[in-house]
Design a protein around this ligand. Sequence first.
Ligand code: ZN
Ligand code: ZN
Length: 422
Amino acid sequence: MASIGAARTILSGQDSLRDWQESLYKDFHRNPELSHREERTAGIVAEQLTSFGFQVHSNIGGTGVVGILTNGDGPTVLVRADMDALPVAEATGLEYSSTAVEMDDQGTQTAVMHACGHDVHMSSLLGAARLFSEELDAWAGTLVVLFQPAEELGDGARGMVDDGLADLFPRPDVALAQHVLAHPAGTVSTYPGPFLSMADSIHITLYGRGSHGSMPHLSIDPAVLAAMVVVRLQAVVSREVQPGEFAVLTVGKIGVGAKSNIIDDHAVLELNIRTYNKATRDQILRAIERIAKAESVASGSPKEPNIELYNSYPLTDNDADVTARVADAFAEYFPAEAIENYGRQTASEDFSDIPTALGVPYTYWGIGGVDPGTYRAAGAAGRIITDIPANHSPKFAPVLQPTLTSGTAALVVAAAAWLGKH
Ligand code: ZN
Ligand code: ZN
């Protein structure tokens, strides 16, 4: 593929970017911001893109930023990064650790950390944007770089779409994005078809009747009701979903009561489900509703449970042709040992809301962020690989290099597969 020559030309300035990019990354890492509050972050992104000569649109769907670099006739490629951090207290011990504290939506002071690696995504995409801006002779077309808020809540991408995203640039030919994962740094992994699962959270309130702890006969105990529901839910995936069809149903939170001698009047459950298939998702949602209602009846509950769906994430279903084109370009650019297959991930993402809304094929790939020596040592010692802190862990600490270098190269190589001159 001739475009790999263009990619190499665009990446020729990568070494000179290293110090700038590492300090940008450390600054993002030290100053994380919770979902929908990425104001400082978005300001830096907009300032950088402006300095590279991009036309910049800020405050799209809240804090979203879009940069557009038009360089003659050719395809339009959209590349996306996410900007938000998580309510996690950093425990990496890194010299550039976050000590940030924010007031969350419940009014509680909470420590904040880039525990999902979105700082890697932003630094890599800014690096790629800068490299494209410095080698205009090597490519033609329009490069759209998009920095979205609130990936962790699942509504940041949709918010940008709803705020008129489609009117800002010509319809892209392709949309691209990546995530840093707990795999060896320097490696990349593409996947055709359903790569990241759909996700839904479900909030259930179960109703009982309160009483003194010494007088259970006057109560309808919501603790017992909740326990029955939790046990029954364990049979949904194991007994109702067809064997071989992937599904996860987790009860992540149980809340009932305040004190040992009081029987509460309600209990709260928070569930999370992951599927790759809408029919399976709907089957599980129906089963949850059936079980919550039937167990309430069995307990003599005074009213039907309240069931609410929230934080829904779409399926990330990579286009086969687009994925093949990116995989071919990666195979040409990266050494053979850098090409891995991480397999399907049960994590979820809202990125696909953007290409789906714009009617654009897309692919989303993984890059490694774990020191290769640490990764190999964990394997050699016979420990399971999940011993290595993964995304959302307070100890999730991607190594600076080669993570940033390969993350930037992956974006350039993939985008140049469309934009590169032959
Ligand atoms: Zn995350
Ligand atoms: Zn993430």
